[in-house]
Design a protein around this ligand. Structure first.
Ligand SMILES: NC(=O)c1ccc[n+]([C@@H]2O[C@H](COP(=O)([O-])OP(=O)(O)OC[C@H]3O[C@@H](n4cnc5c(N)ncnc54)[C@H](O)[C@@H]3O)[C@@H](O)[C@H]2O)c1
Length: 440
């Protein structure tokens, strides 16, 4: 055995020695790392079911721990250091809802400790972290659910099946929209200052660079800063990218371009308040539209996503999808001439509706995604949002904020996970962790 094989074997043996296979009637004892805005929702999602009791909780805030303990209807063990929670043999599985820059190190440590993992989206801060998370999942044979909850939504599963029948015709473009008006003051201009405690600030930063404390870099608002997040492109964009490529049967794009800036909101954010991203998948394109300084609908009636085919468009809302048929004709789109308008006038009236409109109602909520994870922990089956899908969708969005930040048209080799026409942009695919942090 060479050193690499030995390390892999040792890690796998360690993971196995800590975990045991649960029977269908057994309970999945849950530990939670990060119990803020999203951690609370995920916790609630698991509490919908009787077979996923809360046995351990970890967060940097005492008030969040108090809140979670009360909600749990149990007496979970409380941890300030997530590694101690991972040492806890009573914990079968963990839900990680920390800021994005913490996902990869916590996830890898959890897999190595033999825990199955529900990890929030976006999977990682960088593409290389995401790739490592895929590898470690394979090495440790963990059950992993990435927190892109639309994958467990029945009406969206039906939407994907409907598209697979080819009913939309040839799909040429698909778009997602994140629209809200945060002007004029956005998240405000909090000055740098002293952290509540040096230890808390250090633990918040983890592997991220040491910078002066600023309140806006912490709870919830971290998503407006590149050290901890890819901004709304990865935050909301990953939900849309994942849904659209699932529906259209796509993996990685061939190229990406993005444009945007801070045009309408006056605060200390780093990410744009307005931007558009376009991905070229070779035979279709996808777009993400972020208008955060104006809330006029980007598409009719508050559509979240649209998929445009030659025969029909699918509009996707949070609680329904609808099919809007196209009208087409076999006539040629003739060259217009002032001498004879007959052909021109006949063109539109000759068009016929291709199909009946259709609407399917449903809901997008977190509990079914938690249920799917619990079931897979017991059966060891693949989850609805696997690590591979979570990584591909996340990586597709990360490369778009790299395009934005490097102001470039980037060609992407999805297999090698490298840009082929811009070496400077390749530098953004990973970052150097602050000592002593390491990705295991
Ligand atoms: N799936 C979804 O729809 C959805 C929705 C919102 C947020 N999210 C994701 O959830 C994650 C968390 O976002 P949020 O809005 O809850 O942010 P948040 O700031 O409200 O919560 C993050 C929590 O992590 C804790 N934390 C940070 N460092 C820690 C450490 N070293 N050890 C233990 N706890 C630590 C913080 O104390 C905080 O309570 C993000 O990755 C975000 O993208 C997903």
């Amino acid at each position: 055995m060479n050193r690499n094989e030995f390390m892999k074997h040792a890690a796998f043996a360690t993971a196995l020695s800590y975990s045991k296979i649960l029977g269908a009637n057994e309970r999945v004892q849950m530990g939670y790392i990060g119990l803020g805005n999203r951690g609370d929702q995920v916790h609630e999602g698991f509490l919908e079911y009787g077979d996923a009791p809360t046995v351990a909780i970890c967060d940097l805030r005492e008030d969040y721990l108090d809140f979670a303990a009360k909600k749990s209807r149990a007496t979970p063990k409380r941890y300030a250091d997530y590694r101690r929670l991972l040492d806890d043999k009573d914990v079968n599985a963990v839900a990680i809802s920390s800021p994005d820059h913490w996902h990869a190190p916590m996830f890898v440590d959890a897999c190595r400790a033999g825990k199955d993992v529900y990890v929030e989206k976006p999977l990682s801060l960088t593409v290389s972290e995401g790739r490592r998370m895929v590898q470690v999942t394979g090495e440790t044979k963990r059950v992993v659910q990435v927190g892109i909850q639309r994958r467990s939504s029945k009406f969206l599963q039906e939407a994907v099946e409907y598209i697979k029948t080819g009913a939309l015709g040839k799909i040429s473009t698909a778009r997602g929209f994140h629209v809200q008006n945060e002007s004029p003051n956005g998240i405000g201009n909090a000055p740098n200052g002293n952290p509540p405690s040096a230890e808390m600030w250090d633990k918040w930063l983890g592997p991220a660079p040491k910078v002066p404390y600023n309140r806006n870099r912490t709870f919830y608002n971290f998503r407006w800063f590149y050290d901890y997040s890819g901004g709304q492109i990865t935050n909301f964009g990953v939900h849309y990218m994942d849904m659209l490529r699932w529906a259209c049967g796509k993996d990685t794009p061939k190229a990406v371009v993005a444009m945007g800036g801070r045009y309408g909101v006056n605060d200390n954010r780093e990410i744009p308040d307005t931007c558009e991203v376009h991905w070229d998948f070779g035979d279709m394109m996808m777009s993400f539209v972020q208008y955060n300084a104006n809330a006029a609908p980007a598409a009719p009636r508050g559509v979240e996503m649209e998929i445009r085919g030659t025969k029909a468009t699918m509009n996707i809302y949070s609680n329904r999808w609808e099919i809007v048929p196209e009208k087409t004709t076999e006539l040629l789109f003739g060259a217009r001439t002032p001498l004879d308008r007959t052909e021109e006038k006949a063109y539109n009236p000759s068009k016929k509706t291709t199909m009946e409109p259709k609407t399917v109602n449903g809901t997008t909520s977190t509990p079914p995604h938690c249920r799917n994870f619990i079931d897979c922990v017991k059966s060891r089956a693949k989850t609805n949002c696997t690590i591979e899908d979570g990584h591909t969708s996340t990586a597709n969005t990360i490369i778009s904020h790299i395009a934005l930040r490097s102001r470039s048209f980037l060609e992407w080799d999805g297999k090698a996970e490298r840009f082929t026409n811009n070496d400077t942009a390749n530098r953004y695919l990973s970052y150097k962790y602050r000592a002593p942090y390491k990705l295991g």
